[in-house]
Write a protein that binds this ligand. Structure first.
Ligand SMILES: [Zn+2]
Ligand SMILES: [Zn+2]
Length: 170
């Protein structure tokens, strides 16, 4: 009988099948591991690159600085509760003395501390081209000092803890 297999032959075949199954399992496992590693690498490579120099803190900040604005000889009133409302902005005022509170949680980047942010939150226009409807070079000259030192960064200035910022348009 050609179809008849003795016990030993059946055992051999079973072992062979077992071995093949083991090999397939190894290949599948290998492919899964490789794709996981590949995905991990892809994720790392495509992460947005933020230079360490732009990182202010990774554990939050609570800074205070002060701002005063004088337009054509008149002091501009800085209201209380700028940035405090339905949305509580990490950059805000509590007093009317021009104190800017910067209360950020977690990771803080340099762009979070730009003076531009304060004016955006306040809803007033300010940049090197002018302030609150006054055009620099046309209606007058815009100047800014930080701790008494002339500063030409204007809206791009990154506020530091303890800063005294003066903006003068005359
Ligand atoms: Zn504060
Ligand atoms: Zn506060």
């Amino acid at each position: 009988m050609a179809e008849y297999k003795n016990k030993q032959e059946v055992k051999k075949e079973l072992q062979k099948n077992k071995k093949t199954f083991k090999e397939i399992k190894q290949v599948v496992f290998g492919v899964i591991i490789l794709s996981m590693v590949g995905y991990g690498l892809f994720w790392i490579i495509t992460l947005p690159k933020i230079p360490q120099s732009e990182l202010i803190s990774s554990t939050g900040i609570h800074w205070h600085s002060s701002i005063s604005i004088i337009i054509k000889g008149e002091k501009v009133n800085i209201p209380t509760n700028i940035g405090i409302g339905a949305v509580h902005s990490p950059m805000h005022t509590h007093e009317s003395d021009g104190t800017i509170h910067m209360e950020y949680n977690g990771v803080v980047y340099e762009k979070d501390t730009h003076l531009r942010r304060f004016f955006e939150i306040w809803g007033k226009n300010f940049n090197s081209k002018g302030i609150m409807g006054n055009i620099n070079g046309k209606d007058g000259v815009l100047r800014m000092t930080v701790n008494g030192v002339e500063n030409s960064e204007f809206e791009n200035y990154s506020i530091k803890d303890g800063d005294t910022i003066e903006i003068i348009f005359e």
